[in-house]
Design a protein around this ligand. Structure first.
Ligand SMILES: [Zn+2]
Ligand SMILES: [Zn+2]
Length: 348
């Protein structure tokens, strides 16, 4: 019986889940950035201005959806100045378009004059300050989750963060594996923190984004969301379920599992990899997809993951995961969500 790991129904909507406008330190107005992305085939933008939550439902129309969000920064206090300063940057996305206030707002964090002018007395009733520590940041994530938001951990490399900074984070929905603005600053993210969190048993989804502040840093990394419609609720449902992949170029049109065989249908690519937490499998299974019909296909005997773990009497093998990466000739990559072996009975 075929199991669709990306839903068979619905359609793909192209989204950038991280950007800044003149509401904070971006150069384009919300209207201008919508027009720029619409012209490039995007249907969804998440407005993630720094520190202030300003819904943009007025921009939504039948061909475009504005997701309401904001990015917050928790900076380390350091005597060496900000050149060495570590920081947590987190995007909080509202699950409902009706949400008008963020529970993790703190006026003390605002640095952009344009944002300061938008602070209201109602916002000031919240003062969610935090210090640079895992427990304090976890408190913010918990408050956000309980208050109707979900949270993405942004650009760990740009933030100068290491294993101890992120491995204890709880309640994350996603992590950036590609941030176009950081790439343009020569600080590209890696998948290491992503796999570290997965190996620690924390299920997070990979996000490629632009973090656009100006026309020059648009259109580098995006998310293809497989949703029933462009309705706010349907798109949020798809994001929370992991019904999407993130990419800097390659397309994935099918991801399915049938009798232990994983099928990846994609655009022309140099390599498809199945990444797991098991060293040898990770090395052995990269394959070049072959032309089939109007696309390219790679197939993997994924059932061997379970077999190998059983054979090695590894106690945690049921918690093993796999995820897929597609790389093209230019080094552009697509990333699927991870799948736990324990959630796929046919692999047990
Ligand atoms: Zn940031
Ligand atoms: Zn940002």
């Amino acid at each position: 019986m075929k199991r669709w790991l990306l839903p068979e129904g619905g359609q793909f909507y192209k989204a950038n889940l991280h950007l800044h406008t003149t509401v904070s330190d971006g150069q384009m107005t919300p209207e201008e950035i919508k027009e720029a992305y619409r012209a490039r085939g995007y249907s969804i933008l998440a407005f993630t201005d720094h520190e202030i939550f300003v819904p943009h439902n007025d921009l939504t129309d039948e061909n475009f959806l504005a997701l309401n969000a904001h990015e917050i920064a928790i900076d380390e206090i350091t005597v060496q100045g900000d050149r060495y300063q570590r920081t947590y940057h987190l995007n909080f996305y509202a699950k409902s378009r009706e949400t008008t206030l963020s529970p993790v707002f703190s006026e003390s964090r605002i640095v952009c004059p344009s944002s300061m002018a938008l602070v209201t007395d109602e916002m000031r009733e919240t003062d969610a300050r935090a210090v640079y520590s895992v427990p304090s940041v976890n408190d913010l994530i918990r408050i956000g989750n309980e208050g109707g938001f979900f949270v993405c951990y942004n650009h760990p490399v740009w933030s100068l963060q290491n294993y101890p900074d992120y491995i204890g984070l709880e309640g994350l929905w996603g992590i950036e594996v590609y941030n176009h603005g950081c790439v343009l600053e020569d600080l590209p993210d890696t998948t290491v923190p992503f796999d570290d969190l997965l190996r620690a048993g924390k299920d997070v989804f990979p996000v490629c984004s632009d973090d656009a502040h100006a026309p020059v840093d648009c259109f580098g990394g995006w998310t293809m969301i497989r949703a029933a419609s462009l309705d706010y609720d349907d798109v949020i449902r798809a994001l929370l379920a992991g019904d999407f992949y993130s990419t800097t170029g390659p397309e994935i049109t099918e991801l399915s599992l049938d009798d232990g065989v994983l099928t990846v249908r994609c655009s022309e690519a140099r390599e498809v990899r199945v990444v797991t937490d098991w060293r040898s499998y990770r090395v052995a299974k990269a394959a070049a997809p072959k032309r089939e019909g109007d696309g390219f296909v790679a197939r993997f005997q994924i059932s061997r993951i379970g077999d190998k773990y059983r054979a090695e009497t590894e106690p945690d093998w049921k918690n093993s995961y796999f995820r897929v990466e597609v790389a093209d000739e230019c080094g552009k990559r697509a990333y699927t969500r991870p799948f736990r072996v324990s959630a796929l009975p046919e692999l047990l």
